[in-house]
Design a protein around this ligand. Structure first.
Ligand code: F0G
Length: 467
């Protein structure tokens, strides 16, 4: 079964830029390195989460070693013209700052990453900003940011001889894992909360060939059961506590910096669920600064739904000392998580970058989602918390009108068509105080059923002229 998952410094296809990507797994709490992780991928000494560290990056006096940032920037850019599968991937393009695999052929890639950075002028105006950017991670092969981490961690699973991989999920991880497992010739097991994930995400897992179990519990319950399952059977855990997932997801931040000509933004705003993505992006910015790619850090702020706000409560009520779990409830089902596994990593990123946390209501999420859609961009509800949160951060003065802000949109509009249809038909908040909310109504575009005649269509057009 599992071979030990440790470092392998051999891999580099560019001999003139052979960089030491020797890496280790280190416990985020007790700092232990080099031990074999437990089957649920935790520190064998204390049971906390592991992270990938690169001892070769720092010289004895603590300064970054001969890492030539200008050379790497040029190399990474040049790879965009290459037809090699590894170079076509927006993750493996940055392989010098990622864990190395033994063989290039071990990589499972669907050409993930390389996602667009859009300017969002209308949303900027709604939020009271001069300008605004959105990095759309929903433009990945399976429609969410999960693919960037999955290419890395699924490749490690296959390299280490696993035949089965598994995850608990609110939908996107399972879709992504199922796809990468099948591409890599592995089987996959998905545990999802019954009735609490969108149909399109469930459909993806089925079509990509996963064994899919809908458990009569919530996401946190699914996670608990999976942690038990992996103790008894040789399946590799691909949830985001997997430190290799975090390394792959890190590349979105590197790619963002490249898109901004290596001028770091003032703020990056991320949705918070299990809290791995915010941790991954923060890790990348910190590493890029340490290695001399950027002079300053963006502030990373994390936004949660009011009904699924364990991090917000943890920061506000005990300054991040001890997690306050909640019973999660939100229509943004991707982030319906009450006990986030990576909370400690996220707290460290908030502290290291000077970011903040905020929570937003269901109506604020729905409105922001429609506003992002009206730019011709679109996203799933969980991603829209970023714009809703930004509006609050601007009002509070934490974000200033002229600053550069990037929203991380994590999932594609088509991930949750039910939510979108209900919103535009006015069925999302039936009988609630939000039903007649003018801002919401102004964004609704319900489809109209007409007699099949040109006249009927023309009348609708005339009526819509002044909108
Ligand atoms: N946005 C979307 C679209 C997601 O699917 C998730 C998480 C998040 C944001 C939050 O990211 O967990 O790293 O803080 N989805 C997981 C899943 C939990 O199973 O698909 P996070």
């Amino acid at each position: 079964m599992a071979k030990q998952i440790t470092s392998d410094p051999q891999y580099s296809s560019d001999s003139e830029l052979k960089l030491k990507s020797t890496f280790q797994l280190r416990c985020i709490d007790c700092g232990a390195v080099g031990g074999t992780p437990t089957r649920n991928l935790r520190c064998p000494a204390c049971g906390d989460l592991l992270e990938v560290v690169y001892p070769g990056w720092s010289s004895a006096d603590g300064h970054a070693s001969e890492f030539s940032a200008p050379d790497l920037k040029a190399l990474w850019k040049q790879r965009r013209t290459s037809r090699l599968p590894l170079d076509e991937s927006g993750v493996w393009r940055f392989r010098e700052v990622l864990p190395s695999l033994r063989e290039e052929n071990d990589v499972i890639t669907l050409r993930e990453g390389n996602t667009p950075l859009y300017s969002m002028p209308q949303c900027a105006a709604k939020a009271g900003m001069d300008s605004l950017f959105a990095k759309h991670q929903g433009m990945n092969p399976t429609g969410s940011f999960k693919d960037t981490g999955m290419t890395m961690a699924a490749s490690v699973a296959r390299q280490d001889g696993f035949r089965w991989v598994a995850c608990a999920s609110t939908g996107n991880t399972s879709a992504s894992m199922a796809a990468y497992a099948s591409r890599g010739g592995m089987r996959s097991l998905v545990l999802i909360p019954d009735g609490q994930i969108s149909w399109s995400k469930l459909a993806q897992a089925l079509d990509y060939g996963a064994i899919t179990c809908q458990l009569k519990t919530d996401f946190d319950g699914c996670m608990k059961i999976l942690n038990e399952v992996v103790l008894h059977v040789p399946v590799y855990l691909l949830n985001s506590i997997n430190p290799y997932r975090v390394e792959g997801q890190k590349t979105a931040a590197i790619e963002l910096l490249e898109q901004l000509n290596w001028e770091p933004p003032d703020h990056v705003i991320v949705p918070g669920g299990n809290l791995a993505n915010s941790s991954a992006l923060g890790k990348a910015f910190l590493e890029m600064k340490e290695l001399g790619f950027i002079p300053t850090l963006p502030r990373i702020s994390i936004i949660q739904a009011e009904g699924a706000n364990p991090l917000v409560r943890t920061i506000r009520e005990n300054r991040g000392q001890k997690l306050i779990p909640v019973r999660a409830e939100t229509m943004a089902t991707a982030i319906r998580i009450g006990t986030p596994a990576s909370w400690k990593k996220a707290v460290r990123v908030l502290e290291a970058t000077g970011g903040t946390v905020e929570q937003v209501s269901e109506a604020e999420i729905a409105l922001a989602k429609a506003e992002i859609g009206a730019e011709g961009i679109g996203c799933e509800p969980a991603s829209a918390v970023t714009l809703a949160g930004l509006k609050k951060l601007v009002m509070q003065g934490f974000v200033k009108r002229r600053e550069t802000v990037v929203l991380i949109l994590t999932g594609h509009l088509l991930k949750d068509p039910d939510f979108t249809l209900k919103f535009h038909r006015g069925d999302l908040f039936p009988g609630s105080v939000h039903e007649k909310d003018a801002a919401l109504v102004a964004q609704q575009r319900a489809p109209v059923v007409l007699e099949a005649s040109a006249d009927a269509v023309i009348k609708i057009l005339e009526r819509s002229q002044d909108e």
